[in-house]
Write a protein that binds this ligand. Structure first.
Ligand code: C2E
Ligand code: CA
Ligand code: CA
Length: 630
């Protein structure tokens, strides 16, 4: 700590007044003209207090230079009392400066601060020789002690002040230092927090696009399941992602995904988006069941919007598989279910598919179990066909039918066909299933044509079946076995069957067509580039998908689409079949547009062979002529 500077210590006024009184008493009692308290500085000495006696020549505040042999300077230097009785006779003092004031006798005592630095002196001076009695000297000493005691107090006070100031300065310094450390620390904490947030972000996001990554999606789905929140999982697959990535780079595709998401947030704001792989994203939303089809439609439409990569305009070919959360379903089952749905959607060539959760599916039962049941059903002939009439729009007669597979499991109940076919396509059972449907439908048709010779039996054919190199031979064998003319058979194929292997599909379908079998393009309007296919393949008819008919009364867009599809089909000289007609308004609309065949619940649901036969034979018994165009 810094030493207290005594020269800077001020003597308070009150103390100065005390000293003044003390000197006055001293000069009176000892009877001398001057009693003084001198204060020494670096180069001079000052009359600090002076008795107020009339003959006192020393004026308070007067100074005298040092180093000229002053009495007081000697007292201070030697740190002891000095008594000069008569300077005039003392060779040592004969020429000291105080003789100018005629002061020939002197008695002085040193005054020291407690740190041993000199304050000055307490002294008395006389114009005549004076031997200063021991009593007076004692009195002087008493005053010396009293003054030094006061100096001590002042010193302690100053020292304390000094310490206090130093301490304050130290505190200020420390505070500033602490502040600096604090700022540094805050910066450090901010940096760390930012780093942690970055790590956390990386832990949960696909860094290139900002989508949630699979871990985060799992967590999110888990929390929704745990809180029993109802939600919809939409698995979106971008079928042309690889092509875009190869042509324009991964980064370009990532940018398209970001753009897709920003378009997506405009149509649904309560969604969570995640990326499952390079070509798939997941959307988690909370929406009403009724609004879901429209949302799925929007999702496809925003994929079809204009995107640019390297100044090239392109589209995202999206397939959407939507599934509702269901009580008791596990996260992995639900995700698998959504995945299966999108796979199915693509294989069916539809833009979106909403899975029917009310029916048992592989999400509620292990896929393995269903497969085993299915295998048993095929082997044990537990499968059967239902038939749904195709009706003449003019006279409403049944002029054909569509064979639809049914599997009524003793424990599981009715299994949705979509699920069944998809499962069978995956595990290869589709060949057995397909053969079963073909064989039974052909056999059935061969009986019904005895009654109605122009009756046309339509059978659904899966994409997988079309790839079978023996498919045409197989059909030939069945037709010949049951003696069914080829004009009585129609095969319904979806675009997906054509997309997967175009050249093979063209060859197979051409061969079948050359045999006289008619080919219908099923689910028309739900896939991509449908119009292109119409010219490429030997179709005789197209079936407008039931999803367009469902909203035709309210939705003007659907009305326009249906009209456009009918016009194009007519230009290409194709027959138009409309499916999913459930009421008379829908019927009135499509009949007015001049379609060739109608199918739907309005006339009959798919029914058993016995029921169908009854319906078919009863109307024929009326003798109504049918098929002016079949
Ligand atoms: P799809 O070929 O489009 O068959 C028409 C579906 O629409 C049938 O469902 C039918 O019951 C239903 N449907 C008919 N009229 C109406 C209506 O007015 N309103 C509504 N809402 N629906 C109607 P289903 O039987 O469940 O068959 C579903 C799909 O399973 C079929 O769609 C077809 O793709 C496939 N499928 C059925 N049987 C076979 C088969 O033997 N082989 C193959 N490969 N696929 C089959
Ligand atoms: Ca069909
Ligand atoms: Ca259809």
């Amino acid at each position: 700590m810094q030493k207290t500077l005594t020269s800077a210590i001020d003597i308070p006024e009150q103390m100065q007044n005390d000293w003044q009184n003390m000197l006055d008493i001293l000069s009176n009692v000892i009877n001398v003209p001057a009693a003084l308290i001198m204060r020494i500085y670096d180069n001079d000495i000052k009359v600090f207090s002076s008795s107020s006696s009339t003959e006192n020549p020393y004026i308070k505040g007067a100074t005298e230079k040092l180093n000229q042999g002053l009495y007081c300077e000697t007292v201070i230097e030697e740190r002891q009392e000095l008594t000069v009785f008569n300077a005039l006779v003392d060779p040592e003092w004969r020429s000291n400066p105080d003789l100018k004031q005629n002061m020939i006798a002197y008695c002085g005592l040193p005054l020291y601060w407690p740190d041993n630095t000199p304050f000055g002196t307490l002294c008395i001076l006389d114009k005549k020789e004076n031997h200063f009695s021991p009593t007076y000297q004692k009195l002087m000493k008493t005053y010396q002690h009293s003054i030094e005691a006061q100096l001590n107090t002042l010193y302690q006070h100053a020292d304390l002040l000094n310490r206090h100031q130093e301490l304050q300065a130290e505190v200020a310094r420390t505070t500033q230092h602490l502040n600096e450390i604090n700022i540094k620390l805050s910066n450090e904490i901010d940096c760390r927090r930012a780093a942690e947030q970055k790590v956390e972000y990386h832990k949960n996001h696909d860094v290139n696009t900002g989508f949630l990554n699979p871990i985060a999606i799992h967590k999110h789905v888990d929390s929704l399941i745990k809180s029993e929140t109802k939600f919809v999982l939409l698995h979106i697959h971008f079928a042309n992602s690889r092509k875009i990535q190869q042509e324009y780079g991964y980064q370009a595709f990532d940018s398209l995904l970001i753009e897709y998401r920003s378009k997506l947030t405009k149509i649904t704001d309560t969604s969570v988006t995640g990326r499952l792989g390079s070509s798939d994203i997941l959307l988690i939303i909370q929406t009403d069941k009724e609004k879901l089809p429209q949302l799925c439609q929007h999702l496809s439409e925003i994929g079809q919007a204009n995107y640019t990569a390297n100044e090239q305009s392109l589209h995202l070919q999206t397939y959407v598989g939507a599934v509702h959360s269901k009580e008791g379903i596990s996260r992995s089952d639900l995700l698998q279910f959504a995945y299966d749905t999108v796979v199915k959607c693509q294989s069916l060539g539809k833009t979106f598919t909403i899975a029917d959760v009310s029916l048992p599916t592989q999400s509620s039962l292990s896929e393995h179990k269903i497969e085993r049941y299915l295998l048993e059903a095929v082997r044990n002939h537990d499968l059967f066909l239902n038939y749904q009439p195709k009706v003449c729009p003019v006279n409403k007669k049944w002029i054909g039918c569509e064979a639809l597979l049914r599997w009524n499991h003793p424990h599981l109940g009715a299994i949705a066909n979509d699920v069944l076919i998809q499962l069978a396509e995956r595990n290869g059972l589709i060949y057995e299933l397909g053969n079963f449907a073909l064989r039974n439908a052909i056999q059935q048709a061969s009986e019904w044509i005895l009654h109605s010779p122009n009756f046309v039996m339509a059978v659904n054919i899966s994409a997988v079946q079309l790839k079978d190199p023996h498919f045409v031979t197989h059909i030939k064998q069945l037709l010949s076995l049951y003696q069914l003319p080829s004009k009585n058979l129609e095969l319904e194929v979806t675009e997906s069957g054509l997309i997967s292997d175009e050249p093979l599909a063209i060859t197979t379908l051409s061969q079948l067509n050359n045999m006289g079998i008619s080919i219908a393009l099923d689910d028309f309007g739900t896939g991509y580039a449908s119009f292109q296919y119409l010219k490429k393949y030997p179709f005789s008819s197209l079936k407008i998908d039931k999803s367009f008919i469902a909203n035709i009364e309210q939705n003007e867009d659907d009305q326009n689409i249906v009209c456009a599809m009918i016009n194009i089909a007519k230009k290409l000289q194709l027959k138009v079949v409309v499916e999913g007609v459930e009421n008379q308004n829908q019927e009135a609309f499509v009949v007015k547009e001049g379609i060739d065949l109608i199918q739907g619940y309005l006339y009959s649901k798919p029914i058993s062979a016995t029921d169908f036969e009854e319906g078919l034979f009863n109307q024929s018994s009326i003798g109504t002529p049918y098929f002016h165009f079949v």
